[in-house]
Structure formats: structure tokens, C-alpha cells
Design a protein around this ligand. Structure first.
Ligand code: CAA
Length: 248
């Protein structure tokens, strides 16, 4: 992809790492945004591991739920790499709880990290994309934003919110060479999913027609395609990748 630059938030996580590697395979200059509670050493270790496997991926610190921190992150990437042509809003957290036990903090943390983050990051990247008349914004939502999930009123609300954001922004920038799409992974084998108790996870897995959890790479390939030139006519869409768990 010539000298195009991709910024993947939550880039050092399970799905994020796979997206970074696949975009690097496609020739993008890739920057993995990370928060990791400010653990810069962990991110440097991740970068070194990628390099060992032949992936030259940069890392950039930023708390995407915080507007100032997001701005510092984006400005740093623009200064160092010159542009952000592909923005993958992938960073996300869970604070699962039944609604009657959910605290305001659990609600706010999830809304801020999963949805406010999309505003924080996209508003900084969209103007340079409009100027260059090319861009890709890809929001990583979840099957649970569409079907809902016991214990996830906060997460499902935030992930559902991404669809409205995607479809609205897609209309605003479609004529300027920028596409905005959502990818909705189902249950993918990452530490986030592994944190669900074994018994509950087994029950969930039994509802997936394909008969297994997804692999991060299966999400990454779709993101790479949406980032590509041939995907220029796909905008405002949602790509569900959930092993048939939810069809609509
Ligand atoms: N449907 C209906 N009832 C259910 C239920 C379900 N799926 N799961 C539990 N219950 C019932 C229990 O049987 C129990 O009933 P009784 O009180 O009659 O015994 C009751 O609900 C338990 O309620 P509690 O409030 O005490 O729940 P808890 O504190 O034990 O656990 C929970 C709640 C933490 C949300 C737990 O159910 C859980 O971890 N669920 C999984 C949530 C999940 O799928 N998260 C996805 C994370 S991965 C991800 O988010 C990535 C992605 O995008 C896919």
C-alpha cells in the first residue's frame, strides 16, 4: 500500500496484534496504539517480539478514552510518520456485570473506552484524510452489539453505538474517498474471552454453528480487505464474523 500509514488502537492486544501483522503484510506502515495502564516496557517487549518474527511495527502510547491523551497519540504518529490513512478503532474493554449490580464506574469505563474513544480518535484523523482525499476508518464492534449478551448492558450499548456512528460518518465523507465500516467479531480466542469462566464459555461456544471460537487472524483478514483499494465501494457497512452465532 505504498507509503500509507495505519494506526490500530488496542494494537498490542489479541485481535489488535493480528490486525497489525496483517496490515504490515499488505505493505502498510503500521503503528500499534497501546494503553496497557502506561506499561511502556510491555509495549516495547511486544514490539521486539513482532520484530523477531519479521514485523516492523511501531508503537504509540495513548489512552483513547481521554481526549488529551488521544490527541497526543495521534499528533505523535502524524509527526513521526506523516499521515494516518487507515484508522482501526479496535481498543476496547469489558466490565461484565448483571445490570442490577452494575456500577456507574463500570458503565462509564466501558462507554468511554469503547465508544467515546471512537469520537476521540476519529475526529483527529478525519480532517487530514479529507485533505488527502483517501482514508479508511474501521470500527471493531462485537456480535454482542447486535444480539445483546447477558451481563453486558454497558458493552453491548457501546458496541451498538458504533453502528450509528459508522453509518452517519460514512455518509458525511463518502464523496471524499473515505470509507467508514464496522467489523463485528464474535467470540474470538483472546485473553478477553478467556477471562469468561470456563463453564459459561463452554455454553457460549455450543451456540456457535461453526463449532469453535474464532481466530484473531480471521478478523484481521477482513480488516485488511476493508483497508484495501478494491474495497472503495464498501462503506457504512457491517461485516459480521461470528461463526454463524448470530445471523441477521
Ligand atoms: N441467561 C440467563 N440467565 C443467566 C445467564 C444467561 N446467559 N447467565 C447467568 N444467568 C443466571 C444464573 O443462572 C443466576 O441465576 P439465579 O440467581 O437464579 O441462580 C443469575 O443469572 C446470576 O446472576 P448474578 O448477577 O449473580 O451473575 P454473576 O455475578 O454470577 O455473573 C456475569 C454475571 C459476570 C455477567 C456472568 O454471567 C458472565 O461472565 N457472563 C458472560 C458474559 C459474556 O459473555 N461476556 C463476553 C466477554 S468477551 C467479549 O465481550 C468479546 C466479544 O465482543 C464477544
Amino acid at each position: 500500500m505504498g507509503n500509507k500509514v495505519a494506526l490500530v488502537t488496542g494494537g498490542t492486544g489479541g485481535i489488535g496484534s493480528a490486525i497489525c501483522r496483517e496490515l504490515a503484510n499488505q505493505g502498510f506502515t503500521v503503528v500499534a496504539g497501546y494503553n496497557s495502564g502506561g506499561n511502556h516496557e510491555k509495549a516495547q517487549k511486544w514490539k521486539a517480539e513482532q520484530a523477531k518474527e519479521g514485523f516492523d511495527i511501531d508503537v504509540a502510547y495513548g489512552d483513547v478514552s481521554d481526549a488529551d491523551s488521544a490527541e497526543a497519540c495521534v499528533n505523535g504518529v502524524l509527526e513521526k510518520h506523516g499521515s494516518i490513512d487507515v484508522l482501526v478503532n479496535n481498543a476496547g474493554i469489558t466490565r461484565d456485570s448483571t445490570f442490577r449490580k452494575m456500577t456507574l464506574e463500570q458503565w462509564d469505563e466501558v462507554m468511554n473506552a469503547n465508544l467515546r474513544s471512537v469520537f476521540n480518535m476519529t475526529r483527529l484523523c478525519i480532517n487530514p484524510m479529507l485533505e488527502s482525499k483517501w482514508g479508511r476508518v474501521i470500527n471493531i464492534s462485537s456480535v454482542n452489539g447486535q444480539k445483546g449478551q447477558f451481563g453486558q448492558t454497558n458493552y453491548a450499548a457501546a458496541k451498538a453505538g458504533m453502528h450509528g456512528f459508522t453509518k452517519s460518518l460514512a455518509q458525511e465523507v463518502a464523496a471524499k474517498g473515505i470509507t467508514v465500516n464496522t467489523v463485528s467479531p464474535g467470540y474470538v480466542l483472546t485473553s478477553m474471552v478467556a477471562a469468561i469462566g470456563d463453564e459459561i464459555l463452554e455454553k457460549i461456544a455450543s451456540t456457535i454453528p461453526v463449532g469453535r471460537l474464532g481466530a484473531p487472524e480471521e478478523i484481521a483478514h477482513a480488516v485488511a480487505y476493508l483497508s484495501s483499494e478494491p474495497a472503495a465501494f464498501i462503506t457504512g457497512s457491517n461485516l459480521a464474523i461470528n461463526g454463524g452465532q448470530h445471523m441477521f
